[in-house]
Ligand binder design. Structure first.
Ligand code: 13P
Length: 255
């Protein structure tokens, strides 16, 4: 089964950027630029503080909403945390889990990623599970080991059916915010490797339906050649998602 059965997904990870008014201004502009665009899922991931306002702003559009993290308990004495039911309550469809910045700076591990994935799924919030190697890991020839560890750890204990609600985002850490994009061949090689891992752990049928996004310095200029790769089903965009025009251009270059 080929790529045609997988709808590409372009998601903008705004990271720690945008006040509420800036967020609404960005989505208002973006809405106009992508109105009527079909054949691609368009997702924005504002910071927690802007989720509700952005949710209201995109209500009448073809843009979906994601959060940038989630905690695995539903409620209780967990100061500072936000749970899947609360994200559903403000209209989130997706949640980014295990981003490399969370792994690097906030102690995220494969085990916490897995708990978050399971909690999100149990509330019908779709996880975007991030995986990716550091530069030194790539240079030491350990890319496949790291990817295997992240994919197996993040998806441990899931059924094939549950996996169909997940998106995997391959983000080589050396390509994030550096302007150094993986070449289309480098991206395809790892995406293909991930799909094979999913075939082995789940089934060929499930693996052929799961979307695998590429992230790391995706720009309007390099989006089309990355998206043309057979196992690249979209992009997780950081910097270039902070402006409506460049993000919309990436969306256009995907369809
Ligand atoms: P950049 O597009 O800024 O490299 O960030 C990628 C990323 O981390 C998306 O989650």
């Amino acid at each position: 089964m080929g790529r045609t059965m997988r709808t590409p997904i372009i998601a903008g990870n705004w990271k720690l950027n945008k006040t509420v008014s800036e967020a609404v201004a960005l989505t208002s502009e973006l809405k106009k630029l992508v109105v009527g665009t079909e054949g691609v899922e368009i997702v924005v991931a504002p910071p927690f503080t802007a989720l509700e306002a952005v949710s209201n702003s995109i209500n009448d559009s073809n843009i979906l909403l994601a959060a940038q993290d989630v905690y695995w308990e539903d409620s209780g004495a967990y100061t500072g945390e936000v749970s899947a039911p609360l994200l559903i309550d403000v209209g989130c469809d997706y949640v980014i889990i295990g981003h490399s910045e969370r792994r690097q700076y906030f102690g995220e591990t494969n085990d916490t990623v897995n708990q978050k994935v399971k909690s999100a799924l149990s509330h019908n919030l779709k996880p975007i599970i991030c995986v990716g190697e550091l530069l030194e890991e790539r240079e030491a020839g350990r890319t496949e080991n790291i990817i295997k560890d992240h994919v197996a750890g993040g998806t441990a204990g899931l059924t094939g059916e549950a996996l169909l609600s997940c998106v995997i985002a391959y983000e080589p850490v050396w390509a994030i915010g550096t302007g150094k994009t993986a070449t289309p061949e480098q991206a395809q090689e790892v995406h293909h490797f991930i799909r094979n891992l999913l075939s082995e752990s789940f089934s060929d049928g499930v693996a052929s339906q799961v979307r695998i996004q590429y992230g790391g310095s995706v720009k309007p200029e390099n989006a089309a050649e990355l998206m043309a790769q057979p196992d690249v089903d979209g992009a997780l965009v950081g910097g270039a998602s902070l402006q409506a025009e460049s993000f919309a251009q990436i969306v256009e270059n995907t369809v």
